[in-house]
Design a protein around this ligand. Structure first.
Ligand SMILES: [Zn+2]
Length: 473
């Protein structure tokens, strides 16, 4: 089956045909974090979807060049730095660091480049683009000294969001500076400096000021990936106005189609509700780790639902993630043991062989739920074959090869370089002895002591297994 994705622009499933796929890598731009606070798990759902997309393209033989921007200057970062009383760069630095740390915890592959909006190279590029838009009468400087995009001059404005321009009307109170715009929907390309900005300003032909958020992405995308890119991703929140504005700016300057495929990830809900600090259901990656879960478990929980379906995050879902991973771990261990100690008298009845169903499901607009369905079906079948002594070592290694291949997309394998501390091993042995003596009380106490040391003991068919659990990533 050919690779197909749902394109937000056409609202249709389209076959994936990147530009010059033979000669160049797939050019992919993903809107990155605004570094004014620690990213929450809803943000990471989108980043994990993008990670899945990149890894699947690579599994299918594409080279991918991915750029993710860091928005380190816009209203929220300036306000945050002001309130904290520190320079902008110092303020954003901590959240940049936190973002990379969390991304690593969740095993998100690094992008090839992480351009920052405050880099002078890109500021210059933004100024160049704005000048070009003004000379084409697609932008104007208003009386408030800011520069705005003139949406009435760009007939395609609203095509991504499937939005009627005439619906763009003022509702309620309008900030005083908005009276300076020709149309309520015109968006800022360059924001003139005002006192609240403090020393955060750059020189421009229109006076001191700073770029608008949208032009940052247009300029960095063009600087690093060229006029036309293959894939642009983000969360559904980004569709309007951010991505709509990016199209208007980029195509306004080049006159060429900016993006071939627009892919957007649906929201994350917590217990069926929108995540909000005021509801007490707002979680960051460290919040989830503090509850005793691992990064691998959170990765699985955020990965397992199709990206266009809202994902409902619950603690029960986290426990299910832990269980599912436990099944994978146990299965891999069994296959490994079978290869290590070939059995005699294997009856090769109806041997289950690896198929391409997993990859095929991902070809179909990244249908991860179907793909995982095939994985667990395979685990069930092969476990049954092993139970009945119907699997030989060759077959087991074929399954491990298959796992290696699909795990290049999933990245869900337990860390193997972890050695079990002596103290934990001894406690596990004592617990096993207590279990043999059917002393369940003592066995439970020992499990808790093991857990307090950051380890988890699971009783499997092949005896107790220790994994890194509570409190460790
Ligand atoms: Zn963006």
């Amino acid at each position: 089956m050919a690779l197909r994705f749902f394109n937000t622009y056409s609202r249709e499933i389209e076959e994936f045909e990147p530009r010059d796929a033979m000669a160049r890598p797939v050019r992919m731009y993903t809107c990155g974090p605004t570094v004014y606070s620690r990213a929450h798990i809803g943000n990471f759902r989108a980043y994990i979807f993008e990670d899945l997309l990149q890894r699947h393209l690579e599994l299918r033989g594409y080279k991918v060049h991915r750029v993710m921007n860091i928005t380190d200057v816009e209203d929220k970062t300036i306000r945050g730095a002001g309130e904290a009383g520190v320079p902008l760069q110092k303020f954003t630095e901590q959240f940049k660091g936190a973002f990379f740390e969390d991304a690593q915890t969740l095993r998100i592959k690094r992008a090839d480049e992480y351009p920052a909006a405050t880099d002078q190279r890109y500021i210059d590029r933004m100024i160049e683009m704005i000048s070009a838009l003004i000379s084409k009468r697609l932008a104007y400087q208003a009386d408030d000294k800011s520069v705005y995009f003139r949406i009435n001059k760009f007939p395609d404005y609203g095509k991504l969001a499937h939005f009627d321009l005439t619906q763009l009307q003022s509702t309620g109170r309008v900030k005083h500076d908005e009276y300076d715009k020709e149309h309520i929907g015109d968006f800022a390309l360059w924001k003139a400096w005002d006192e609240a900005d403090g020393d955060i300003k750059w020189d421009s032909p229109w006076g001191p000021g700073r770029p608008g958020w949208h032009i940052e992405c247009s300029a960095m995308s063009m600087a690093l990936l060229g006029d036309q890119i293959d894939v642009h991703c983000g969360g559904v929140d980004n569709i309007f106005p951010h991505h709509e504005a990016e199209i208007a700016q980029s195509e306004g300057v080049t006159g060429k189609k900016f993006v071939r495929y627009w892919l957007h990830c649906a929201h994350l809900l917590v217990d069926g509700q929108k995540m909000a600090k005021s509801l007490g259901n707002f979680y960051t990656v460290p919040d989830v780790l503090a509850k005793g879960y691992t990064g691998r478990e959170l990765r699985y929980a955020l990965l397992r639902v199709h990206y266009r379906v809202p994902l409902n995050f619950t603690w029960e879902g986290m426990n299910e993630a832990r269980e599912s991973l436990g099944r994978i771990d146990e299965w891999l261990a069994r296959l490994g043991e079978l290869i290590g100690t070939p059995r005699r008298g294997v009856r090769s009845a109806q041997r289950a062989e690896p198929t391409s169903h997993f990859e095929d499901a991902l070809d179909d607009d990244l249908n991860i739920s179907a793909a995982l369905g095939f994985l667990f079906e395979s685990i069930r079948e092969t476990n049954r074959a092993m139970d009945q002594n119907e699997m030989d070592a060759a077959s087991a290694s074929a399954w491990l090869e298959w796992w290696k291949r699909i795990n290049s997309v999933l990245d869900l394998e337990a860390e193997t370089d972890v050695s079990i501390p002596e103290e934990v091993a001894q406690l596990a042995q004592q617990r096993e002895n207590a279990r043999r003596e059917k002393n369940w009380k003592r066995s439970d106490e020992l499990r808790e002591r093991i857990s307090a040391l950051g380890w988890e003991v699971r009783d499997t068919k092949d005896g107790p297994k220790l994994t890194r659990g509570a409190g460790s990533a």
